[in-house]
Design a protein around this ligand. Structure first.
Ligand code: B12
Ligand code: SF4
Ligand code: SF4
Length: 419
């Protein structure tokens, strides 16, 4: 299901199904870089307050609007270019795609979408009650990133009473499409594109430009009252943003704090605001295929899918936010409720999943992106880091596995557990 059917051309781009160098075509309708009509013939414009009101109605927690191109676009484009050219993207080749003239597709919105005049950037909070990944947990518990805990509303559980998986890409794209349809109904014909994560856009840069928050030293977009546990969703339109929405910026409130840099176990935050993704546990556990280099295995700790450490230590997700805004984390979103079994999951449970049960548990969940062998490889590393010799029998079997990534992880884990 992932990567082909759900999000026609956007996820094919993310999943590498569009050849490098080619600007994706808009299916059945238009070429993305050729507007359906001339935006300048179009008197309609969008105001931030109106767009925000519609976004809240569609189920988002907040939204901002920015006119395109935005004031700091050249600065952000050069940051993105430097990042890619320094090899920070690792094997995430979709980030390196260029046009025929050699421009990085994601560095500026106008490259892939020259018709776009405004970006409506929506924020959907997914924070939920503790635990945090940094809190003590039962021996032998793994960690799945909070964003991937998501499941269906309590009213739609399966026959065992468990929530079925839900995936923010699908849930939020549906909301964004509803918002898009509403704007079309109100404002008539204009060109637009809706993306959640998978389009050729630097969403965090756009969110900061739209005034939704600031880029933290951990590189996440931090909303001043909602924190950083929020997804971004972007609606590009050919509508002009009203003049008063031309320049908006939330002040950076990281100050002298360095908690995220100090807490990152693999040193992926190589400097404030700078991430080397090839060292990031989220990259290693989700995006990276095959064997993981031994130098990162110990630092991966108990994370089996993604990593929340640099957000869990951030005061804007914790006490500071509570004190300043009297607002605790809450599961406000019924379509993105945590599935209890994914919170501090038992490594035995993960190890016991065979391929059909992996599909049952994770079809429709973000976790599926790691793949069966990827999740098992990550589980083996977490077992090695657990100090629990009861995991040795699993690891001995996996140490002979045909899958190279699993085999290498299991052999390292056995050595780590010792005799
Ligand atoms: C590739 C990718 C990753 C990679 C690389 C992450 C990275 N930091 O670059 C990996 C796999 C590691 C990853 C991890 C995660 N990701 Co991710 N990821 C993406 C994706 C697809 C592209 C990001 C990208 O272009 N990176 C390249 C860098 C250069 O771009 P950037 O991060 O926007 O960088 C900006 C800053 O570095 C800043 N900058 C650079 N230098 C300087 C200097 C100063 C002084 C300042 C102020 C800023 C600054 O400018 C850059 C451009 O604006 C986006 C979706 C999208 N289409 O944008 C989601 C996205 C960024 N990811 C998201 C999430 C939720 C995660 C995880 C939390 C998941 C998890 N729990 O495991 C982690 C967070 C790790 C972290 N600390 O960032 C969310 C972030 C939401 C938010 N509130 O910020 C996004 C937006 C997806 C979504 N639609 O919600 N991700
Ligand atoms: S997500 Fe984890 S590994 Fe990646 S930068 Fe944050 S703390 Fe480091
Ligand atoms: S932990 Fe501190 S430095 Fe890091 S993003 Fe949060 S406030 Fe900024």
């Amino acid at each position: 299901m992932n990567g082909t059917g759900l999000f026609p051309d956007s996820s094919r781009e993310r999943f590498g199904l569009i050849r490098d160098g080619a600007i994706p075509k808009r299916p059945n309708v238009l070429n993305m870089n050729q507007p359906a009509f001339n935006a300048f013939d179009h008197p309609a414009s969008l105001t931030r307050s109106h767009a925000r009101a519609l976004a809240l109605e569609a189920g988002f927690s907040d939204a901002g609007l920015v006119a395109l191109p935005y004031a700091d676009e050249a600065r952000d484009a050069s940051r993105f270019e430097e990042w890619v050219r320094a090899g920070r993207a690792g094997t995430m080749r979709y980030l390196e795609r260029t046009t025929e003239s050699g421009d990085l597709l994601r560095s500026r919105v106008g490259i892939a979408f020259p018709w776009a005049r405004s970006a409506l950037v929506c924020f959907a909070e997914y924070d939920s009650a503790p635990p945090r990944s940094t809190a003590p947990a039962a021996p032998g518990a793994g960690w799945i990133a909070r964003y991937a805990w998501t499941g269906s509303p309590a009213s739609r559980t399966d026959t065992t009473g468990r929530r079925r998986p839900s995936d923010y890409h699908k849930v939020l794209l549906k909301r964004l499409k509803a918002l898009e349809a509403r704007l079309h109904a109100e404002l008539g014909d204009f060109d637009s594109r809706a993306y959640v994560d998978t389009g050729p856009l630097a969403e965090r840069a756009l969110a900061a430009a739209a005034g939704l928050g600031w880029t933290g030293k951990n590189t996440c977009l931090i909303h001043p009252t909602l924190g950083s546990f929020g997804f971004l969703a972007v609606l590009l339109t050919s509508l002009e943003a009203s003049a008063k929405d031309q320049r908006l910026e939330a002040p950076n409130r990281c100050g002298s704090c360095r908690r995220c840099l100090e807490a990152c176990p693999t040193g992926a935050l190589i400097a404030p605001y700078q991430m080397d993704a090839t060292r990031c546990i989220a990259y290693l556990t989700i995006e990276h295929r095959g064997p993981i280099a031994e130098e990162w295995m110990e630092g991966m700790g108990r994370q089996v899918f993604g990593c929340d450490i640099c957000q869990d230590v951030c005061p804007w997700n914790g006490n500071l936010r509570r004190d300043l805004h009297r607002r605790s984390p809450q599961n406000a979103d019924p379509d993105l409720e945590p599935r209890a079994e994914l919170v501090n999951p038992a490594l035995e449970w993960l190890a016991s999943l065979d391929e059909p049960s992996f599909e049952r548990e994770f079809n429709g969940s973000p976790v599926r992106r790691a793949g069966f062998w990827g999740l098992r490889r990550n589980t083996a590393i977490a077992m090695g880091n657990s100090g629990q010799s009861r995991f040795a029998p699993w690891l001995e079997t996996w140490a002979e596995a045909a899958d190279e990534g699993l085999r290498a992880a299991a052999r390292w884990a056995l050595k780590k557990l010792g005799p």
